[in-house]
Design a protein around this ligand. Sequence first.
Ligand SMILES: [Zn+2]
Length: 261
Amino acid sequence: MLRRETQGLVSYHFNSFDEKLIKHAVYTRLGGESEGAYRWLNLGGTNGDKPEHVYQNHLKLFSNFGRPFESRYDVWQVHGDTIRFTESPRPESQKHQPADGIFTQNPEVTLIMRFADCVPLFFHDPVEKVVGLVHAGWQGTLLQIGSVAVKAIAEHYGSKAENLKVGIGPSICGKCYQIGEEVRQKFLRSWGEAAETFIHKLDGNYSLDLWLANEWVLRNAGVQQIEQSHICTAENLHEWYSYRKEKGLTGRFAALIALAK
Ligand SMILES: [Zn+2]
């Protein structure tokens, strides 16, 4: 990914995405108003941070991204596999709808999701002119939400898997993400022996490689153009929030995508 620093905020961008066709970024925690465990650019509104700081951070974020705050569409991320399509921003008066995948064809809409270790998947279909974001923690990965999304946009927009570009963003790596026996069993039951490829025993504990698991899911769904960020949130706390490493007391960083106007 390319690293950029502008107006005090630091963002990363996939090399394979065409910046003439789309705008996208994943923002680090640097440069916001939040303090303490939430320092600095926390975009999470339900983790205990001061609402006025979170609001200021949103304004700063959208200004830096070059889109109006009113263009945003976001959802209540619930670790499921529901995909939503929107052709308009979320009005202030409308509650967040539960979903873990959001897609649009409208260049007036800016999609935003929040992360701290879970895997952000960025989608672009340059042929049908569709962009999207997917939130894949272990539960979404187990449900193969990447593949659910590929099928959903094929049905809704006519997107072909071979035309899709997908970026796998900053998240916890396969060395850092330890899981218990219960989670391991769930993967083995659901995925069979493929699960053994992503779950390894390190120093007596099992760890799950969400990066490779999501790439496997996407390739099985027919996606060929995939870029891995290879940035581990848990190993880079100076730039990222890590729910696991910071023991739940932390902020959320933002992933944004929109079609170019
Ligand atoms: Zn790591």
